[in-house]
Design a protein around this ligand. Structure first.
Ligand SMILES: Nc1nc2c(ncn2[C@@H]2O[C@H](COP(=O)(O)OP(=O)(O)O)[C@@H](OP(=O)(O)OP(=O)(O)O)[C@H]2O)c(=O)[nH]1
Length: 178
C-alpha cells in the first residue's frame, strides 16, 4: 500500500469509530477533529513524518473511547502502530485519579514515538482549553488540568523542541511558577 492509501485507511477507520462522539466544547465539535488535529500538529509543527507515529496519533483514542480492541488495531495496521497506541491508552476501568497519576508516572518511561503522540495530544487539549473549554468545566477544573498536564509534559521533555516550546508558552500563561 502507498503512504497515501495507508493514511486514508487510518483516517477512515478512526472517523468510523468516533462517528457518534463529540468534544465537550460549546460547539460540540465532532470528536474526530481531535485525533486529526493531533496528527496535524505532528506534521506541521513537530515536523514528524514517521508514518507509524502519524497513524498512532490518528488512532490514539479509538481503544480508550470506542469499542475498538488492540487486536483489531494490530490486524488492520500492524504491531508497531498498535504498540504506540497501547502506550498512550489509559485503562478506563481504573479510577480517574489513578489514570491521571499513572500518566505522570509512565511519561518518562515511554518510547520516543509515544512521547511524540503524548506531547501533541496535550498541546491540542491545552489549546482547546484556552480557546473553547468544555462547557461544564469551572476555572478550578481548568487550572487543575493545566497543572496536571505540566507534570505529564515534564516527564516527556527532550523529545521535540517545537512542541515543548509551544507547551511552555501555554504553561507560562496559566501557571504562576512555570
Ligand atoms: N480540552 C478539552 N478536552 C476534551 C474536550 N472534549 C473531550 N475532551 C477530552 O477530555 C479529556 C480530559 O477530561 P478529563 O475529565 O480530565 O478526563 P477523562 O475524560 O479521561 O475522565 C481528554 O481526554 P484524553 O484524550 O484522554 O486526554 P488526557 O486526559 O490524557 O489529557 C480530552 O481529549 C474538549 O472540548 N476540550
Amino acid at each position: 500500500m502507498s503512504v497515501a492509501e495507508i493514511l486514508i485507511k487510518t483516517v477512515n477507520f478512526a472517523s468510523t469509530k468516533h462517528k457518534h462522539q463529540r468534544r465537550k466544547d460549546e460547539a460540540q465539535t465532532p470528536y474526530i477533529n481531535h485525533p486529526l488535529g493531533v496528527a496535524y500538529i505532528l506534521t506541521s509543527e513537530a515536523k514528524i513524518d514517521n508514518i507509524h507515529v502519524l497513524q498512532a496519533a490518528i488512532l490514539h483514542d479509538t481503544v480508550e473511547d470506542t469499542d475498538t480492541t488492540f487486536e483489531e488495531i494490530e490486524t488492520e495496521f500492524g504491531v508497531e502502530v498498535c504498540n504506540i497506541v497501547r502506550e498512550v491508552t489509559d485503562d478506563k476501568s481504573l479510577t480517574k485519579e489513578t489514570r491521571k497519576k499513572l500518566q505522570v508516572e509512565h511519561a518518562p518511561n515511554s518510547t520516543y514515538e509515544a512521547k511524540l503522540v503524548k506531547l501533541a495530544d496535550k498541546l491540542y487539549n491545552l489549546r482547546d482549553l484556552e480557546n473553547s473549554p468544555p462547557v461544564d468545566w469551572d476555572e478550578n477544573r481548568i487550572n487543575q488540568y493545566f497543572n496536571w498536564s505540566k507534570q505529564v509534559v515534564d516527564g516527556l521533555r527532550g523529545t521535540n523542541e517545537a512542541m515543548e516550546k509551544s507547551l511552555d508558552d501555554i504553561f507560562k500563561r496559566h501557571i504562576s511558577c512555570a
